[in-house]
Design a protein around this ligand. Structure first.
Ligand code: S3P
Length: 172
């Protein structure tokens, strides 16, 4: 799998709760290449949490920062790059991602996602009256776009080791 990548990145996309960060880190370990997480990098450079950024500057500013950060992170592959759920939805970002390497959509169904995201309260987009409905709306609007990723791996509750194996198997 490592040889298939060469200097290309492996970029994980998909909705919140799909496991992009936790699986991405383990996949990078297996491949012996660096792991970066765009949300963590955004928090590092801004010295604010994602929630604080949304609150202080709004979503549009967050997206602008996200686009810049990702463009920079994609340079200097090979890396495993876990993206925030909205990143791949941006057309320019999508183009950068597709040029820089292999994209993998971690696809999950609503109940799997909801079960995971409802355990934490860190997602500003889900601070709505009916967050599960909001998540479903995001699925409906974004799934056709995530489907443009090079590969799709179904994210289920089968244990992280199994998920890591499936991602590695998908790229060879
Ligand atoms: C977002 C997903 C989050 C984070 C921000 C917006 C989205 O990342 O970037 O809250 O638009 O789906 P995760 O997918 O890592 O939760």
């Amino acid at each position: 799998a490592r040889a298939v990548l060469g200097t290309r990145n492996l970029v994980l996309v998909g909705l919140m709760g799909a496991g992009k960060s936790s699986i991405g880190r383990l996949v990078a370990n297996q491949l012996g290449i660096p792991f970066v997480d765009t949300d963590i990098e955004i928090e590092r450079v801004s010295r604010m949490t994602i929630a604080e950024l949304f609150e202080a500057y709004g979503e549009a500013e967050f997206r602008a920062l996200e686009t810049r950060v990702i463009k920079r992170l994609l340079k200097g592959g090979p890396r495993v790059v876990s993206t925030g759920g909205g990143a791949f939805i941006n057309e320019r970002t999508r183009r950068h991602v597709k040029r820089s390497g292999l994209s993998v959509w971690l696809k999950a169904d609503l109940d799997v996602l909801w079960d995971r995201v409802s355990k934490r309260d860190t997602r500003p987009l889900l601070k709505t009256e009916n967050p599960k409905q909001t998540l479903e709306n995001l699925m409906n609007s974004r799934y056709p776009i995530y489907a443009e990723a090079d590969l799709t791996v179904l994210s289920r509750d089968v244990g992280k080791d199994v998920m890591v194996k499936e991602v590695l198997a998908a790229i060879v």
